[in-house]
Design a protein. Structure first.
Length: 207
């Protein structure tokens, strides 16, 4: 797989940390097409630091929007019109990890959702889900939304404390592969993240 898309069941669930770990493990390039919210730095900067990426493998965003909210609203507040043509997958040498913004059904424009964009890309998607309360519902809804658009779901990557029943239930009812789990890391460093990914995931599942 030359391109893997990383999406989530919600925002602030560890999607960017997982994307950094996957990018590092694959020796891939990284691209987040739309960044909404810049006060705390960008996800591209976070991935660069955690994955140890050089500038050649760190693709610039198509859009950098100021407000941390849905891209369609952030663009309106910034007076920006998002052109879907600028969101075509870039061509890179080797693997590419692409990170969406927020959850699967977050709107990019008034009539384009991230799930719609994933369907256009025809690339497999990893769904990142936290293991806390509510994850079964959020995960199964996200899986249904992706499949309704013909998006291939590579599997679910969990983030948080182990929740054996919830993780197994999502895999069974969703008919998806349970890829592994990243614990909450303290401290979160490139070394601790790489070690946790290696312990929790089989890299062959992503190749």
């Amino acid at each position: 797989m030359s391109t893997i898309v990383v999406t989530g069941t919600d925002t602030e669930i560890g999607k960017t940390v997982f994307a950094a770990a996957l990018t590092h493990a694959l020796g891939a390039s990284y691209w987040k097409p739309v960044q909404a919210g810049l006060d705390d730095g960008s996800d591209r900067e976070t991935v660069a630091a955690l994955a140890g990426l050089d500038s050649a493998r760190l693709l610039p965003e198509a859009y950098r929007l100021t407000t941390p909210c849905s891209p369609h609203r952030a663009a309106a507040l910034d007076g920006v019109t998002i052109d879907p043509a600028r969101l075509a997958l870039p061509s890179v040498a080797g693997a590419l990890v692409v990170e969406g913004a927020g959850g699967t059904l977050v709107p990019i424009t008034d009539d384009l959702l991230f799930a719609d964009l994933f369907a256009r890309w025809r690339a497999p998607v990893v769904l990142v889900a936290r293991t806390s309360l509510g994850t079964i519902n959020h995960s199964l809804l996200s899986i249904e939304a992706l499949r309704a658009r013909g998006v291939a779901v590579l599997g679910v990557a969990f983030v948080g404390e182990a929740a054996e029943d919830s993780e197994a239930t999502i895999a069974r009812l969703g008919g998806v592969r349970r890829l592994g789990r990243l614990p909450q890391l303290s401290p979160l460093t490139p070394a601790t993240l790489a070690a946790a990914f290696a312990a929790g995931f089989d890299l062959q599942d992503f190749r």
